[in-house]
Design a protein around this ligand. Structure first.
Ligand SMILES: NC(=O)c1ccc[n+]([C@@H]2O[C@H](COP(=O)([O-])OP(=O)(O)OC[C@H]3O[C@@H](n4cnc5c(N)ncnc54)[C@H](OP(=O)(O)O)[C@@H]3O)[C@@H](O)[C@H]2O)c1
Length: 222
């Protein structure tokens, strides 16, 4: 859907052993044969023998979940996929998918999560933490709203973010990403086209916010 597998294939040529390759199958391709064909096409475009993580992009109530998960497990058995993940699955959908698995676990759920969008904290995040399912936070910068020119509705939130930024000497984006990482079992996938942004975001993982800083952000954004 993103049209990026080919570009990723070019970029990782010669450094396959240093990268973790993840892709997804569309929610509209979840019949057994469709999953198998989609995976083969992804492997071809990425020019790899195996994807480290293969994710179901969204749940599709028209396809029995056991059929889809069976295909995902067969991909692992065939050595084409190392780990199985899902995306945009609710707690109930994740539970159903997990109970349809015969031998391999679901290791991750890629969902919307950032300082502003906290819906998963109600039950999905605790469920995933208890069941060893990593949350992969997408749009962790609220699509650019949590960066140097913050687009936040509440002044209290902007001020809290700026205060923690000056206390840590990190940028607003770095603080926002590190806040995601402060949650147990959460990783973040910011999108950045600019090299400067990629470098800045990589440096968001080499420090830890104090519990007090995390609390002040939680409260200001609650
Ligand atoms: N599973 C799903 O259904 C789903 C849905 C939506 C998104 N996603 C994935 O989640 C990832 C990220 O989400 P997203 O693109 O929606 O939002 P995002 O990562 O929250 O924000 C991206 C925006 O922030 C800017 N940015 C990044 N780093 C920055 C920095 N250090 N300073 C200032 N600006 C910065 C980017 O600009 P530049 O590009 O100019 O650097 C871009 O405009 C993507 O890889 C996407 O594939 C998944």
């Amino acid at each position: 859907m993103y049209g990026t597998e080919d570009v990723v294939g070019d970029s990782i040529d010669g450094i396959r052993d240093q990268v973790f390759v993840a892709s997804k199958v569309l929610g509209s391709h979840l019949r057994y044969r469709e999953v198998m064909e989609a995976a083969d096409k992804s492997l071809r475009l990425l020019r790899v023998d195996c994807m480290d993580l293969y994710q179901i992009h969204w749940h599709n109530s028209r396809v029995p979940i056991a059929e889809t998960m069976g295909a995902m497990e067969d991909l692992v058995d065939a050595g084409k996929v190392r780990y199985i993940g899902v995306s945009n699955f609710s707690t109930r959908q994740l539970e159903e998918a997990q109970s349809a698995m015969r031998k391999h676990p679901i290791v991750s759920n890629q969902v919307l999560y950032n300082l502003v969008d906290r819906e998963i904290e109600d039950d999905l995040l605790p469920y995933c933490q208890q069941n060893n399912v990593t949350i992969i936070a997408y749009s962790p910068l609220d699509q650019g709203g949590l960066t140097e020119r913050p687009r936040l509705r509440r002044r209290r939130a902007t001020e809290a973010l700026q205060r923690v930024s000056s206390e840590t000497g990190k940028t607003l984006a770095q603080v926002s990403l590190n806040w995601c990482l402060s949650r147990e079992g959460v990783v973040a996938i910011p999108k950045a086209n600019r090299v400067q942004h990629v470098e800045e975001n990589c440096a968001a993982a080499d420090f830890s916010l104090t519990p007090e800083q995390v609390r002040s952000l939680d409260e200001a954004f609650s």
